[in-house]
Design a protein around this ligand. Structure first.
Ligand code: BGC
Ligand code: BGC
Length: 612
C-alpha cells in the first residue's frame, strides 16, 4: 500500500486550501433541502432527480462531485463532507485495517455516513478493481484473470462470474467496478496482457459485453449489482513494443477494426462508465483526447454513462497542473481519479471554471452524469452495505463456479498420451516445481495487493493441495526428486511460471522464465519419469525447451484460488475445452504475432487446444 503523502504544501497552496475550506464551510450556511425535495423522490426518473439536485448545487459542490480520492489519501474522513467529494476508491491493496469483508463494509458505511451529513446529503460512489473477483478482500473468491476466461471463451460463464463478483463486491457496500478491461493485447511483452481476454477483437467484444451484463445485472438498483467500467479507452493493448502506457501507432482502420469493437458491444450492453487509457494514440495522450472521447465514444457510439480518468492520469498530460486539468475535463472526463491531493484538484478546477478555461456547462454535464449513476444505483434509497450478502463472500457456491472456470480455461498444448493421468494406476507421484504450492502465484497481480505476491496471500487451494486430495490416500505424493530418492515414480507434475506482477512492472523484453524453472523440468525428464508440465502465466512465454522436455504441457494462465480446476483436467474429471486466446510465439523476435497477420507461423496458433 502507498504511504500517505509526506509532501509539504507550498505556502500559497496552504492559503488556497484554507480559503477553500472556508468557502465550502459557508455552503453549510445555505439551506438544507427538506425531505420533500424532488431529488429525494424515488418515484421520479434518475434524469429528473439529477436535474433537480444539480439546480441546488453550488459550483464548489459540483466540482466536489467530480473528485475521486483514494481512501488512503484522505487527510480526515470528514473531508468527504467538507469538500463534498463525489467518490472514493480503493486502488490495488488500499484496504481497511481489518481486511475482511465485514471490515470493508464497516469502512464503507462510515464514509457513507459522513457523505450523508453534507448539506445535500449526496452519497459517495465507491470504486474498486474487482478484476478477477473482489480481489482486494481477504477471503474473497479469486477467479481466473481475464486471459484465462478468454481461453474458456464462454459468455455464459463470464456473465455468471460477473454476477458472483458483483455480489461479493456489493457485500462490502462497494458500488462500482473498474472492470472489465476491454484491451485487445496485441503484444504479449505488455505486462497487462492477462487483464485482457485475448488478441482477437470478436472474442474480447463478446466476453466484455457478457462481463458488463454480469456486473450490472438487469437492474442496477437491486443491491446485488454494481456499475461496470469499460477500460482503458482506447487501444491500451496496441502500444508499440507492448510498452505499458506507451503509444499505439495505428491507422484509422486498425483502431476501428481491432480496438473499437469491444466498446461498441459494451456500450450496447449499457456499461455505466468508461475509463480513459494512460496510453496515447498516434502520439496524443488519451486523457486529453477530445476527438476520441467526445467524438468517437460519446458522439458516434452514443455512450451515455460517465468517463473517469485513470489513477493520476491527468498528471501525465503536458503542461502545468492547470493545463492538465483543463485539457482532461474539456476532453470529456467527468470524474477525476486524482487520487491524492483532492484539495489542490478542487481549488484548481474552481479557478479554471471562474476564469472560463473550463465552461460551466461542461461541469454541469459531468456532474449530471455522475448523479444520474448514483440515482440509478439507488444510493440515496440504500446508501449502506447489505450485510445479508456477507456470507456469500468466498462461499462454497462461488468457489465451485471458480473451479468450473479454471477447468474450462486450461489449454492443453501437448499430450504425448499421458493425460489424463489415471489415478487408479498410480502409486507414487511427484508434484514439484517452484509454483506447485504457491497460491499467490496462481492468483497473480491485483490480488490482495496491487502487484500480488508469492505465497499464502489469501484462502484457497494450491495445485499441489488439489492433486493431493484428488489422488487420495492410496497415492503417495512427493514434492521433490530428493524426497523421492529410491522410489519408483509413476508420474510427475511440474508447475512452473511467472511471479506475480501488475501493469508496467510486468513488461518483459524476453518473455523468458528464470532458468531454475526450466531446470526443474529438465531434471525430472532426465530422471525418466512421465512428465506433465503446468505453466502458470499471464501470457504465452518462450519456454520451448520446457515444452520439448515434457510429455504433456498445459497452460493454466492465472487460475486464482481454485487450484482444483487444474487437477480436474489433469486427472480426467473434466475433459479439456480451453483454446488459446492468443497466438503462441516461437521466439521473442517473432512478437508481435497475431491471428490474421499476412505472414502467420506461430508455435501454436490462436484457437489451438487439445482435448480427449
Ligand atoms: C490502472 C487502472 C485501475 C486504477 C485504479 C490504474 O493504475 O491503470 O486499471 O483501475 O489504477 O486502481
Ligand atoms: C495503486 C494502484 C494504481 C497504481 C498506479 C498504486 O499505488 O495501488 O491501484 O493502479 O498505483 O500507478
Amino acid at each position: 500500500m502507498r504511504e500517505r503523502s509526506k509532501r509539504t504544501l507550498a505556502g500559497g497552496a496552504i492559503v488556497a486550501a484554507a480559503s477553500l475550506a472556508l468557502l465550502l464551510a459557508s455552503c453549510a450556511g445555505l439551506s438544507r433541502p427538506g425531505k420533500g425535495a424532488a431529488y429525494r423522490n424515488p418515484g421520479l426518473s434518475a434524469d429528473e432527480r439529477a436535474a433537480d439536485l444539480l439546480s441546488r448545487m453550488t459550483l464548489e459542490e459540483k466540482v466536489g462531485q467530480m473528485a475521486q480520492a483514494d481512501r488512503q489519501f484522505l487527510e480526515s474522513d470528514e473531508d468527504i463532507a467538507r469538500y463534498a467529494l463525489g467518490s472514493i476508491l480503493s486502488g490495488g491493496g488500499s484496504a481497511p485495517g481489518v481486511n475482511t469483508a465485514e471490515g470493508w463494509a464497516d469502512m464503507y458505511d462510515g464514509f457513507q455516513e459522513i457523505a450523508l451529513s453534507s448539506r445535500l446529503g449526496i452519497p459517495v460512489i465507491y470504486g474498486i478493481d474487482a478484476v478477477h473477483g473482489n480481489n482486494n478482500v481477504r477471503g474473497a473468491t479469486i477467479f481466473p484473470h481475464q486471459i484465462g476466461l478468454g481461453a474458456a471463451g464462454d459468455e455464459d460463464l463470464v456473465e455468471r462470474i460477473g454476477r458472483a463478483t458483483a455480489i461479493e463486491v456489493a457485500a462490502t457496500g462497494i458500488d462500482w467496478n473498474f472492470a472489465p478491461c476491454l484491451a485487445v493485447p496485441r503484444d504479449e511483452r505488455w505486462g497487462r496482457t492477462y487483464e485482457g481476454y485475448g488478441e482477437e477483437p470478436g472474442l474480447v467484444s463478446r466476453l466484455g459485453a457478457a462481463a458488463v451484463r454480469g456486473y450490472q445485472g438487469g437492474d442496477l438498483s437491486d443491491g446485488k449489482t454494481i456499475l461496470a467500467t469499460a477500460k482503458h479507452f482506447i487501444a491500451d493493448g496496441g502500444t508499440a513494443g507492448g510498452r505499458d502506457r506507451g503509444d499505439s501507432k495505428l491507422s484509422e482502420e486498425e483502431l476501428r477494426g481491432i480496438h473499437l469493437p469491444p466498446y461498441v458491444d459494451s456500450v450496447a450492453a449499457g456499461v455505466g462508465s468508461a475509463m480513459t487509457s494512460y496510453s496515447s494514440v498516434n502520439g496524443a495522450k488519451m486523457h486529453g483526447n477530445g476527438e476520441l472521447v467526445q467524438g468517437l465514444l460519446r458522439g458516434e457510439l452514443g455512450f451515455s454513462g460517465f468517463v473517469v480518468s485513470d489513477w493520476a492520469g491527468l498528471e501525465e498530460l503536458p503542461g502545468e497542473y492547470e493545463d492538465q486539468i483543463a485539457a482532461g475535463i474539456n476532453a470529456g472526463i467527468d470524474m477525476v481519479m486524482i487520487p491524492e491531493d483532492y484539495k489542490r484538484f478542487i481549488e484548481t478546477t474552481l479557478g479554471l471554471v471562474r476564469s472560463g478555461a473550463i465552461p460551466e456547462a461542461r461541469i454541469d454535464e459531468a456532474v449530471s452524469r455522475i448523479l444520474k449513476a448514483k440515482f440509478e444505483l439507488a444510493l440515496f434509497e440504500r446508501p449502506f452495505a447489505d450485510r445479508s450478502l456477507l456470507s456469500e463472500v468466498g462461499s462454497p457456491e462461488h468457489r465451485k463456479l471458480a473451479r468450473e472456470a479454471v477447468s474450462k480455461s486450461v489449454v492443453v498444448l501437448k499430450n504425448g498420451g499421458i493425460l489424463p493421468l489415471k489415478a487408479d494406476g498410480l502409486k507414487n507421484v511427484l508434484v514439484t516445481g517452484p509454483l506447485a504450492d504457491n497460491l499467490g502465484a496462481q492468483c497473480g497481480g491485483w490480488t490482495i495487493s496491487w502487484q500480488g505476491e508469492n505465497g499464502a496471500v489469501t484462502e484457497g487451494t494450491t495445485i499441489l493441495e488439489a492433486l493431493r486430495s484428488a489422488l487420495g490416500d492410496g497415492v503417495t505424493v512427493y514434492t521433490s526428486l530428493k524426497d523421492a530418492e529410491g522410489v519408483k515414480l509413476d508420474a510427475a507434475v511440474a508447475v512452473i511460471g511467472e511471479r506475480p506482477y501488475a501493469e508496467g512492472r510486468g513488461d518483459s523484453r524476453t518473455l523468458a522464465l528464470p532458468s531454475s524453472h526450466i531446470e526443474t523440468v529438465k531434471n525430472v525428464k532426465a530422471a525418466g519419469i512421465p512428465l506433465v508440465t503446468v505453466l502458470i502465466s499471464g501470457r504465452p512465454l518462450i519456454v520451448t525447451e520446457a515444452i520439448d522436455a515434457s510429455d504433456a504441457f498445459v497452460a493454466a494462465w492465472l487460475p486464482g484460488t481454485e487450484g482444483a480446476g487444474v487437477a480436474d483436467v489433469l486427472l480426467g474429471a473434466v475433459s479439456p475445452s480451453g483454446k488459446l486466446p492468443v497466438s503462441w510465439p516461437r521466439s521473442v523476435e517473432q512478437v508481435p504475432v497475431n491471428v490474421g497477420d499476412a505472414v502467420y507461423d506461430p508455435l501454436f496458433p490462436f484457437g489451438y487446444g487439445l482435448s480427449w
